[in-house]
Design a protein around this ligand. Structure first.
Ligand SMILES: NC(=O)c1ccc[n+]([C@@H]2O[C@H](COP(=O)([O-])OP(=O)(O)OC[C@H]3O[C@@H](n4cnc5c(N)ncnc54)[C@H](OP(=O)(O)O)[C@@H]3O)[C@@H](O)[C@H]2O)c1
Length: 293
């Protein structure tokens, strides 16, 4: 049985690691929450990590809000760069495997087309810059670590967290008008699938370095993906009618204070080429999502 320590278990992705692996006989699960160690304090984190026993450390914890990173760059640096570096070092000393989660926002996104693990990152905002620096700090400290880049997470969420499609469906059920950005593209990714692919990576003793973990399909905007989710929800009887969704250009999204990269959809070359997984189309997961959310 693999002893797994999970950070960020109150978050969208960490919460699904916890719920899936708690019910998986291959894992004995423990969590490291903010109450156990605040990642803004690297010494506190190091002590907490050294006290625990684990074979695998999973780190989905992050400062993931773009404007939050803009407003608190020192905290973003501590949580997104220094904390994973400490984790990578402690895992190397303990001989534990380390999976650190990163993002498609490490890419500049200036040109269309899916990005592979070999594409050069060039982040355009503080969030992306700290996440890229976190990747580099982890790989320097521990060459055996796995960097798992994910994009546009959706799935069942712990209390207090939600995803884009939760908002879309809640509004669709109430018949509220909706407006979403139509000219920024990424790949929606179902969190239970991310947990499955990570499990596959851990089953491969030699997996290390950067992997892209996302579902397959054509790049989607918040608008195009919302329309497709509403159509499936209508077929499943979750909503009664399709209300029209207005398309907003990103240039009109004045509430964004940080630039967003436009074309960041990823392809999963390493997962596929190394025989770890063939990610299913994201639309295949939507029926499951609307039932369990
Ligand atoms: N969400 C997306 O669509 C998306 C897209 C691309 C990449 N990613 C990446 O995927 C990973 C998971 O994202 P997510 O959406 O699951 O994140 P999330 O829902 O924002 O959860 C973040 C987690 O980090 C914890 N955390 C934050 N600051 C902390 C601190 N100072 N000390 C200890 N714990 C702290 C939070 O704990 P509290 O509950 O105590 O705040 C929470 O459990 C991240 O690496 C993110 O960069 C996410």
């Amino acid at each position: 049985m693999t002893r797994a320590l999970i950070t960020g278990s109150t978050g969208r992705l960490g919460g699904v690691f916890l719920s899936q692996w708690e019910n998986d006989a291959r894992f004995a699960v423990d969590t490291l929450t903010r109450a156990d160690a605040d990642f803004r304090d690297p010494d506190q984190l190091e002590k907490a990590l050294k006290k625990r026993d684990y074979d695998v450390l999973i780190n989905p914890a992050a400062m993931s809000g773009l404007e939050e990173c803009l407003d608190h760059p020192d905290e973003a640096q501590a949580i997104n760069v220094l904390a994973p570096q400490v984790m990578a070092e402690v895992c190397r000393e303990k001989g534990a495997r380390f999976v650190h989660f990163s993002t498609d926002y490490v890419f500049a996104g200036h040109t269309p087309g899916k990005k592979s693990e070999t594409n050069t990152p060039a982040p355009v905002n503080i969030y992306g810059k700290t996440k890229l620096a976190g990747e580099q700090a982890v790989m320097t400290a521990n060459a055996d670590a796995i960097i798992a880049r994910v994009s546009w997470l959706f799935g069942p969420c712990p209390p207090g967290r939600s995803c884009h499609f939760d908002q879309v469906l809640t509004r669709a059920m109430s018949g509220e008008p909706q407006e979403y950005i139509h000219d920024k593209f990424s790949m929606p990714s179902f969190t239970p699938d991310v947990v499955q692919w990570t499990t596959g990576l851990l089953e491969n003793e030699s997996a290390s370095g950067i992997y892209h973990l996302c579902n397959s399909g054509d790049p989607e905007s918040w608008h195009s993906s919302a329309e497709k989710v509403c159509e499936i929800a209508l077929e499943l009887g979750i909503i009664d009618t399709l209300t029209s969704l207005a398309a907003l250009p990103i240039s009109d999204a004045h509430f964004f204070r940080e630039p967003r990269p436009i074309h960041t959809a990823m392809q999963t070359n390493r997962l596929e080429n190394e025989g770890i997984a063939q990610p299913r189309h994201w639309l295949e997961t939507v029926a499951e999502y609307v039932k369990i959310r």
